[in-house]
Design a protein around this ligand. Structure first.
Ligand SMILES: Nc1ncnc2c1ncn2[C@@H]1O[C@H](COP(=O)(O)OP(=O)(O)OP(=O)(O)O)[C@@H](O)[C@H]1O
Ligand SMILES: O=c1ccn([C@@H]2O[C@H](COP(=O)(O)O)[C@@H](O)[C@H]2O)c(=O)[nH]1
Length: 316
């Protein structure tokens, strides 16, 4: 590591330590301090006792390490390490295997909310309202994949087949698209809709981006209602037919619900009964975002002052 980078890292550690002494950091930041200490140690001494794997593990748990992911290009290592043989990550017209581009500093501390639920549970419908009233940027993983197909990407045929079959596209492809969309955005708060769809999706996202979601919004709708909505959607989607839907519902139960369970065990899931009207569902989730907005402005206010945030808002 060059002198300039080491200096920047040392400064950041000192700054975080100062803030932790004032008790104004969320708990995740303590892991970040430890991680950064470890990296300094590993880069300065041959006798470092923290293995590279442990450093990445710590990063997974800390949103605050995002900026340092960029500095140290851990995302590149992580992305390269976990590429499946059939995945091609590409940008522009040339088809090349690429490592992740480090994230830009302009949105180096993004807040992410995962919006999950089965097919037709109303994720996209509610996200549009949340964006309208609370100014998040909506990133639908499915829309990003469909745009990738339409862009003529070398991955297009593979993605198209996965969607037609109701299967999950390789994590690296989807994470790369999400990461690019976040890099491009001026926003620092995102609703990620329809992702992660599997534990593997979740692990790759956390490892590559270093982001841990603020909370998870989970739309709960019975299977027969999801089926009714999907078959009545009429938007010409290749996967809105009964055969593909059966597969999507199976994948939802077998692969996506475990992700909800994982976050539920961490107390991060807000489960919403989404069987009522569009308006009623939105009124149910509105308090959560109002609370989050308040917490958000408090955190912004105290960035340079001394105050402790209360953690994620809750809706029960
Ligand atoms: N609360 C609701 N009551 C009745 N219909 C709804 C409700 N919410 C959404 N819908 C309708 O159900 C269909 C699916 O909604 P939407 O596209 O928002 O679901 P989704 O969860 O984003 O689906 P997918 O995961 O397949 O993209 C749409 O036609 C939408 O208008
Ligand atoms: O993270 C994701 C999101 C989507 N897919 C694939 O796309 C279709 C459609 O997704 P929607 O969220 O319903 O728009 C889905 O069935 C998957 O095949 C994915 O693989 N990974």
């Amino acid at each position: 590591m060059g002198g300039g980078r080491r200096l920047a890292l040392s400064f950041a550690v000192r700054s975080l330590r100062r803030r932790s002494a004032l008790n104004i950091l969320p708990s995740s930041s303590y892991a970040a301090i430890h991680l950064m200490d470890s990296n300094l140690c590993c880069r300065q001494s041959a006798n470092c006792d923290v293995a590279p794997d442990q450093q990445i593990g710590l990063k997974e748990r800390s949103r605050t390490t995002w900026a340092f992911t960029s500095v140290m290009s851990f995302s590149e290592a992580a992305m390269t390490k976990s590429l499946p043989p059939n995945a091609v990550l590409e940008e522009g017209p040339t088809t090349t295997t690429r490592a992740a581009t480090p994230l830009t500093v302009s949105n180096n501390n993004p807040r992410v909310i995962f919006v999950l639920g089965g097919p037709g549970s109303g994720k996209g419908t509610q996200c549009a309202r949340i964006v309208r009233d609370y100014g998040f940027e909506h990133l639908s993983a499915g829309d990003l994949l469909r745009a990738e197909i339409n862009s003529g990407s070398g991955n297009g045929t593979m993605i198209q087949k996965m969607i037609e079959d109701g299967n999950i596209v390789p994590s690296e492809v989807t994470v790369r698209l999400l990461q690019k969309a976040m890099e491009k955005s001026k926003s620092d708060k995102f609703l990620i809709d329809g992702f992660p769809r599997s534990d593997e999706n979740r692990a790759v996202f956390e490892r590559v981006t270093g982001i841990v979601p603020e909370f998870i919004l989970f739309f709960d709708v019975p299977m027969d209602e999801m089926e009714r909505r999907i078959l009545g959607r009429n938007q010409g989607r290749v996967d809105d037919n009964i055969e593909t839907l059966k597969k999507r519902l199976k994948v939802f139960v077998e692969s996506s619900l475990p992700v909800v369970k994982y976050y539920d065990a961490m107390g991060k899931v807000h489960k919403v009964n989404a069987t009522t009207s569009v308006d009623d569902v939105f009124e149910t989730i509105r308090p959560l975002f109002k609370q989050y907005e308040q917490k958000d402005s408090t955190v912004e206010l105290v960035q340079g002052v001394t105050h402790k945030s209360d953690g994620p808002a809750t809706l029960h």
